[in-house]
Ligand binder design. Structure first.
Ligand code: ZN
Length: 240
């Protein structure tokens, strides 16, 4: 039976990844039975999903402790579902002190495997209150995702692309606190993913942006990358 299932998987290739944009920098990623949340700011003004609506989660990651990245909601989701919490050491220890026994306390460059989900913590250029700001590279059986958190552009992104082979990149385009369209397009060129989703814009006035500007720049600079601009609540299926 096991052989048959493995054989079937070889024939069918990778399973589809279902990505739901929850607004701002918040994503739900489904791969087979597995459900992963990154920066679940479900109390944010653009989130179509509330903590009460979350029925299943396996891993919940938070890039840094700024209020618009959903640390509080992550704790609630983990308490409710028994999901693993993953963040930088100091934020993971904070989660443990709030009763999350399944908290992983990684640091930059380190990885943890939670069943068939491998999470690697990477640096980000930003600020925060607890620990340091981070990004995540998440290797799922359906593909590899890079969520850089809140950050400016940095040249190590090119190394991440080469080392990890990124299928899907989420990139902030809102400017002011993070990359704007120009920096985000150059970051996309460095990472060379198959698909890029713009994020962290149009949530509040200072990060108002036209995603069309980002789309046009990527089209000009690295046309082989597909831009998937999503509205909060949209889901897309990807086969990588
Ligand atoms: Zn931030």
């Amino acid at each position: 039976m096991l052989f048959f299932l493995k054989f079937q998987r070889i024939i069918k290739g990778k399973e589809k990844m279902i990505v739901t944009y929850l607004g701002h920098a918040s994503f739900k990623i489904e791969c087979g039975e597995k459900v992963v949340f990154i920066d679940p700011w479900l109390s944010g003004p653009t989130s179509p999903l509330k903590v009460e609506d979350v029925e299943k989660a396996d891993v919940v990651m938070v890039t840094h402790d700024h209020g618009d990245h959903g640390y509080g909601e992550a704790i609630e989701i983990c308490k409710k579902t028994g999901a693993y919490f993953v963040a930088i050491n100091e934020l993971g220890l904070q989660a443990k002190s709030e009763g999350i026994e399944n908290a992983h306390t990684l640091n930059i460059g380190g990885s943890v495997a939670i069943d068939d989900i491998k999470v690697t913590l990477v640096h980000a250029f930003h600020s925060c209150g607890i620990g340091a700001p981070t990004g995540f590279i998440v290797k799922l059986p359906c593909g590899t995702v890079y969520h850089p958190g809140d950050t400016g552009i940095f040249s190590d992104m090119e190394l991440f692309g080469k080392m990890y082979g990124i299928d899907l990149l989420m990139i902030p385009i809102g400017s002011y606190y993070v990359c704007g369209p120009q920096e985000a397009a150059w970051a996309t060129k460095l990472v060379k993913p198959k698909v890029v989703i713009p994020m962290h814009y149009n949530t509040f006035p200072v990060i108002e942006q036209d995603p069309g500007e980002f789309e046009a720049l990527v089209g000009k600079m690295i046309s082989e990358v597909k831009v998937e601009t999503m509205n909060p609540g949209d889901s897309r299926k990807f086969k990588f």
